[in-house]
Design a protein around this ligand. Structure first.
Ligand code: PLP
Length: 423
């Protein structure tokens, strides 16, 4: 099936007399008839639902749809994108291990890995995703367990050379984890290019209406953990907390997601609520239509801004002169995302002033919404920083992040036009 069809048809498959629309299984628990039936579930001998913290049928249907969209073998939902990235890493790392992190990842992911996971004894090396192979090679250590980067970085809009980084990761015997939030599986399937695990903040385009916070992890099933049993003991050696089960032996290609579900979700509990999964599923049904419009609108906005006399620079991979234009064409021939950034000739002050003149674009910290939204990091998320500190953090003081929505393009441009006229 093509992606448009998967988005509408995959996941929930009603049988005779069952509801056409995915039901919300609003139940914490599930009933069994014999003690033995329940016991087998706890021994992981049979699959079945028993407690929503581990698995819920509504969530599983939505995870199955995302899995199919990404071309993976298994997937799970999490309560947020943060939880997805945390679980994706922590599923194969423990105290004393090391991770390689792209320097352009979303700030929340950076904090998660470089600050919070450090406190858990997991070290990281931060590296520019454009760094030459030799620099990457030098970053690997014996205890390196994975590389994490974003397909299209938020908010830097750096496009990852997935094929190159996957090859580097694989020659060091570790998987590449790609956060595919901005591109979505509609515009890019990182598994096609060698990525091993994909994560999502479903809060963004997948939901698309700014209604639910959520995340997802998808496994390609391609990384052979059993080649490195000493490096990935959590997957290849007995789990005493599950009567000595060896995930790779019992679940083969399902090992990674099964472990993350029955062990990490059991112990850490960052589940997505079935209500949110239901809303996410509604969002997924229109994802291909929305991505097409988000990208077309963003392209038109970027081209308009590029010509405006008050605009100093525009960053959007769809622009011909953009540093990442060729990579974007290779990995995302139908468009990258709906987020652009630009700066004003009047600098930080002009950018800050412009914020108050938008009528249609709303000032919010969110991106990837049906409604156009805008943020000036120097006045909002990074407001405590001086211009020098902002530049060090890779955020230009005049940078305006503009998440182009689904409104009519002429109305979006008219809003920009009138706001620019006011400064
Ligand atoms: N990954 C990316 C690329 C993001 O942009 C975000 C949030 O903006 C996250 C992860 C975190 O997701 P969430 O806010 O759903 O926890």
């Amino acid at each position: 099936m093509r992606k448009e069809t998967i988005c509408v048809q995959a996941g929930w498959q009603p049988k005779k007399g069952e509801p056409r629309v995915l039901p919300i299984y609003q139940s914490t628990t599930f009933k069994y008839e014999t003690s033995e039936q329940m016991g087998k579930l706890f021994d992981l001998e049979e699959s079945g639902y028993f407690y929503t913290r581990l698995q819920n049928p509504t969530n599983d249907c939505v995870a199955a749809k995302i899995c199919e969209l990404e071309g993976g073998v298994a997937a799970m939902l999490t309560s947020s994108g943060q939880a997805a990235n945390y679980y994706a890493i922590f599923n194969i790392c423990e105290t004393g291990d090391h991770v390689i992190l792209s320097s352009t990842v979303y700030g929340g992911t950076f904090n998660l890995v470089a600050v919070t996971m450090k406190k858990m004894g997991i070290e990281c090396t931060v590296i520019n995703p454009d760094a030459p192979d030799e620099e990457f090679d030098a970053a690997f250590r014996d205890n390196t367990k994975c590389v994490l980067a974003e397909t299209v970085a938020n908010p830097a809009l750096v496009v990852l050379d997935i094929e190159r980084i996957a090859k580097i990761a694989h020659r060091h015997g570790v998987p590449l984890i790609v956060d595919n939030t901005f591109a979505t599986p509609i515009n890019c399937n990182p598994f096609q290019w060698g990525a091993d695990i994909v994560t999502h903040s479903t809060t963004k385009y997948m939901d698309g209406h700014a209604m639910t916070v959520g995340g997802a992890i998808v496994d390609s099933g391609n990384f052979d953990w059993t080649r490195y049993p000493d490096k990935y003991p959590g997957l290849c050696k007995p789990d005493e907390s599950y009567h000595g089960v060896v995930y790779t032996e019992r679940f083969q290609k399902g090992a990674y997601i099964t472990k993350a579900t029955v062990q990490l979700m059991r112990d850490l509990g960052s589940i997505q609520s079935p209500q949110n999964a239901f809303l996410l599923n509604v969002g997924l049904e229109t994802l291909p239509l929305r991505m097409e419009r988000h990208c077309a609108n963003a392209q038109a906005v970027a081209e308009y801004l590029e010509k405006h006399p008050k605009v100093a620079w525009v960053n959007y991979p769809g622009l011909k002169g953009n540093k990442y234009h060729e990579l974007a064409k290779k990995y995302m021939p139908n468009g990258s995302c709906g987020v652009i950034s630009f700066g004003l000739k009047g600098g930080r002050k002009a950018a800050s002033d412009m914020m108050d003149h938008f009528k249609l674009a709303a000032i919010v910290t969110h991106v990837a919404d049906a409604r156009t939204c805008v943020l000036h990091p120097a006045s909002h998320t990074h407001r405590q920083m001086t211009d020098e500190q902002l530049l060090e953090a890779g955020v230009a003081p005049d940078l305006i992040r503009f998440s182009v929505g689904l409104e009519h393009i002429e109305d979006i441009i008219a809003d920009l036009e009138q706001a620019l006229a006011c400064i």
